[in-house]
Design a protein around this ligand. Structure first.
Ligand code: NAP
Length: 209
């Protein structure tokens, strides 16, 4: 099986990549990224500019596309820039993968994703889910974590405080509001890609707590 992974350098994406490279059901992973990834015999990691994706590249054809790409409002700097990374880039990658015959897509979305939401972040995530559903994948899974836990290289103040609070409160909270560890999210994503079932599926945060 061949997997296409967009967002492999991120927190969840790096866990998905680790799982995929160590799993004997996976023959190869293609991980287009803007940064270099450590070399591995099963990994092809073309350096790409997501503003100008190589439409004709043969590697868009895979058994499944996994998308764990995303930014934050603080990093992106504006709503437009955030939407570009969290909606336009993943949608374009999915369009190309689908056009080249990739049948399955698994998206790392977010708790609260809703195209009709008044909250900008939730609306962008919901619009991506909606637009991916229009591409005709035979299996499409939206994985919707709440706050993601794990060792992040960059410092995100508000997120760290949230992670700390949820870590302390964890057992007292309803499952859907608990912290979702990045490695647990990655397991769910990987399984949805490697054992796809027809139709559209949503994995809610309570299943990753
Ligand atoms: N943080 C949370 O608590 C939380 C909660 C729910 C859902 N989510 C969503 O879950 C997904 C995975 O989260 P994560 O924490 O694993 O994300 P992350 O660690 O921030 O990784 C994001 C990935 O997107 C890539 N990316 C960002 N901006 C890019 C750009 N302009 N061009 C190309 N690539 C770009 C990054 O590449 P570089 O390494 O090159 O930057 C990285 O591979 C995201 O969609 C996020 O919105 C997050």
């Amino acid at each position: 099986m061949k997997l296409l992974l967009v967002g492999a350098t991120g927190l969840v994406g790096s866990h998905v990549l680790r799982l995929a490279l160590s799993d004997e059901r996976v023959d190869g992973v293609v991980a287009p990224s803007r940064r270099e990834l450590p070399k591995h015999p099963k990994l092809q990691a073309p350096t790409v500019d997501f503003e100008h994706l190589p439409e004709a590249a043969a590697w868009w054809q895979a058994d499944a596309l996994i998308c764990t790409m995303g930014s934050t409002m603080a990093k992106a700097g504006s709503q437009e820039a955030f939407r570009r990374v969290d909606h336009d880039y993943p949608l374009e990658a999915a369009r190309l993968a689908r056009q080249h015959g990739t049948p399955t897509c698994v998206l790392n979305s977010a708790l609260g994703a809703d195209a009709a939401s008044r909250v900008f972040y939730n609306r962008v995530k919901g619009e991506l889910e909606r637009d991916l559903a229009g591409l005709g994948f035979s299996s499409l899974t939206h994985v919707r974590p709440g706050l993601i836990g794990g060792a992040r290289q960059e410092f995100r103040t508000a997120e760290r405080m949230g992670v700390l609070a949820l870590s302390l409160l964890g057992p007292l909270l309803p499952r859907r509001w608990r912290l979702n560890p990045a490695d647990k999210i990655a397991e769910v994503i990987f399984e949805a890609a490697i054992r796809p079932s027809p139709g559209m599926h949503v994995v809610t945060s309570d299943r990753m707590a």
